[in-house]
Ligand binder design. Structure first.
Ligand SMILES: [Zn+2]
Length: 183
């Protein structure tokens, strides 16, 4: 996803995620995404959103609310919250009213409605933000130094890092490949 965003834009997105981690004084993983969202002034609630909606961001009278569906795995919930927080931080912080609805990734790309260029870019940015927030580069490199990982196969390393960071295996695989740790 991030590969189609320009490098400058990607840096801006990464820096925004890093800033939240610094503000929250995060030093260990897994990242407490709920605490970080709340520190950003966002209300987070689990709500039934129907079959194909994974999460949404609503801003009303300057109060941001993230709702996420209970119908997804725990790690996917964390990614959804981080993704919606990305929309808030990157795209909507100055709006007094706004709504973002995120459908399941696959449903989204199968749907009839084509995304506009701006929407596509915002989705890529929110995904890149979520990846940077939940799997900070420095902390990944820190974990990679761990002796325990040295004798593991690539698949085992991905598995172990996904467990440590409490993210899905596909999300970790994608992140490691984006950081050029996997080839
Ligand atoms: Zn989105």
């Amino acid at each position: 996803m991030s590969k189609s965003i320009s490098n400058l834009k990607f840096k801006k997105v990464t820096d925004a995620a890093l800033q939240l981690l610094v503000n929250a004084k995060v030093t260990k993983v897994p990242i407490d995404v709920l605490r970080i969202a709340r520190l950003s002034g966002v209300v987070v609630e689990q709500t039934d959103l129907g079959d194909d909606v994974s999460g949404l961001l609503v801003i009303h009278d300057r109060q941001a609310v993230i709702a996420y569906s209970p119908n997804q795995g725990e790690q996917r919930k964390r990614f959804t919250i981080a993704h919606e927080l990305g929309h808030y931080i990157l795209h909507n912080q100055d709006s007094s009213d706004a709504v973002f609805v995120d459908k399941d990734f696959i449903v989204k790309y199968r749907s009839q409605k084509a995304y506009s260029e701006i929407e596509m870019r915002q989705e890529q940015e929110a995904n890149a933000f979520a990846a940077s927030l939940l799997m900070p580069k420095e902390l990944i490199f820190e974990e990679l130094k761990n002796d325990k990982l040295q004798n593991m196969s690539e698949i085992q390393v991905i598995d172990e890092l996904a467990r440590i960071f409490d993210v899905s295996i596909p999300a970790m695989t994608f992140r490691l490949s984006n950081l050029n740790i996997l080839y």
